[in-house]
Design a protein around this ligand. Sequence first.
Ligand code: NAP
Length: 524
Amino acid sequence: MVGAGFAGVYALYKLRSQGLTVQVFEAGDGVGGVWYWNRYPGARCDVESVDYSYSFDEELQQEWDWSEKYATQPEILRYINHVVDRFDLRRNIKLGTRVTDVVLDEEKLRWEVRTEAGDVVSARFCVLALGPLSNANIPSIPGLESFAGDLYHTARWPHDGVDFTGKRVGVIGTGSSGIQAIPCIARQAEQLYVFQRSANYSVPAGNVPLDDAARREQKANYAERRRLSMESGGGSPHQPYPKRAVDATADELRNAYEKRWQLGGVLFSKTFPDQMITIEANDTARRFWESKVRAVIDDPSVAELLIPNDHPIGSKRICTDDNYFQTYNRNNVALVNLRATPIERIDGASVRTSDASYVLDALVLATGFDAMTGSVEKLNIVGRGGQTLNDVWAEGPKTYLGLGIAGFPNLFNLTGPGSPSVLANMVLHSELHVDWVADAVRYLDTHGAVALEARPDAVADWVKECSDRAAGTLMPSANSWYMGANIPGKPRVFMPFVGGFGVYGQIIAEVAAAGYKGFDIIEG
Ligand code: NAP
C-alpha cells in the first residue's frame, strides 16, 4: 500500500483487521498525508471537524474532542497520529520511503512494489492512497530556482515554522492555500506583495471554538449525522434549500445564502440545488457574494481586481478565509495584478513583472498541485502487456468507478479521478472506498478467485457517464485544477465524479451486490 494519509491509515486498519498482511510505504517522515505537508500559517480544514473525522469506530468518535468547529492543521495531524497509535498501526508503516515502481507479474498476478530505499515487496493487492492533492506544483518562472531570498511552497512548509517579522514577502497564488496564508503573513511581514493571476471566490471560514455542550450535542447525534452525510451530495450532513434558486423569492434567496454565509466552510456553493447547474441560479449566489465582499474592501479599484469575472462561483473550489479581503485594507499589503503585468522572471532577490521590480526577502509559492493524477503519474505503474498507466491515461484518467483500471488487476486507486474525490468529505470518502475494497477482497476469497479487473467496456461507459454528468453542470466552464487546467499540457478532462457522494455510494454498492458487475473475476 502506498500512502499513510487518511485513506492509507484506514485501509491499513481495515485490511489488517480482515486478516491480511499489510505493508504501507509513506514518503513523508510522519503520517497524515496532506496534513503532514501543508503546515503553512493559517492552514485549516474547510469541512467541520466533527464530520472530517473517522466514523469507523464508535469509541474513537466519542473519545476524541475537537477544540474548534473547523480544525487547524496541527490538530488534525494530532488526531491522525492518535488514531495510528490507538490502533497500533505504526508497526506496518515504513516512513520516509518513496515508492518508485509498481509492476505487475502477469503470470503470478502479483504486484512488485519497489522503493527508493531499495525495498522490494511482492503483493497480491496494491492500494494507492496517494491523495489527490499531494504533488506540489512548482511554476516554471524563469530564474525561480536561483531566487536569492528564502523560497517556500505552502505544501512543503518547514516543520519549525517561518517568522516573517520585518521581512519583505511575496506570495504567488490566491487559491485556498494562499487565501488562508495571506492574512497571517500580512500580520507579521513588514511588506507583503500578493501576486494574483486569477481572483477567487472566498467565504468567511466561520470558525468558532467548541465548548463541552456543543461537543456533547454533536456526539449524541453522531449516528444520524453520519447517516445524513453518507446520503448527501458532499459527505457532510447538510442538504440544499428545498427549492431551486430560480424559483425562490428575493427573501428566500437572501435568507438561505445568509445562513450558509454564517455557517462558513465550503457549503456556500451548495446552498441551492440548481446553483451549479444553470448560470441564472449561479448568478443569484454570485451577486450575494459580491455585495458582501465589496462591503469590506476600502478601495473600490482593489475590490475590482479581487472580484472574479471569469468563472461561475463554485466552479473552482470555493475558498474559505479569515479576513482575507480585509487584509487588502492594510497599508503594508499590495495587490499585484498579473493579468495586466505578468511576472517575466526572478532576478536575484527581485520578482520582475512587465512594469516593476519587487525586492523580497522571502517568496511563498501558493501555486497548488498537479491534482488528482500528478502523484499517480510519478510512479512507474506497469500493468498487463508491459503497458504503463501513464500511457493508458495519456488523454486523461480512465477508470471504472474510480476504483478499477482495465489491465491493472487488483490495483485500487483510492479517492482519485472517477470518484467524487475532492468534491466530498475526504475522510468519509476514504472509508467508503476502503470498505468497498475490503469487501471485494473478501468476495474473491470466499469465491476461490484471485483477482478483480475492470473490463474495458465498463471503463469506457464510466468515463462517458462521468463526462456527461459534468457536462450537465457549470463545473467544466472554469479553468480549474479539477479540469487539469492549472498544469500546462495536461489533458482537459473534468476528473471527479460530479453526481454526488450519496449517489456514488449507491452505485458502487449496487455493483458489488451484483457480483462486481463490470469487473472480470479471475479464478485461481
Ligand atoms: P490552487 O487552488 O490551484 O491555487 C493556486 C494559485 O496559484 C492560483 O491562484 C493560481 O492562479 C496561482 N498560480 C499557479 N501558477 C501560477 C503562476 N505560474 N503564476 C502565477 N500564479 C500562479 O492551489 P491551492 O490554493 O493550494 O489549493 C488547492 C486545493 O487544495 C484547494 O482547491 C482545496 O481543495 C485544497 N485546500 C483546502 C484547504 C482547506 O481545507 N481550507 C486549504 C488549502 C487547500 P490561476 O488561478 O490563475 O491558475
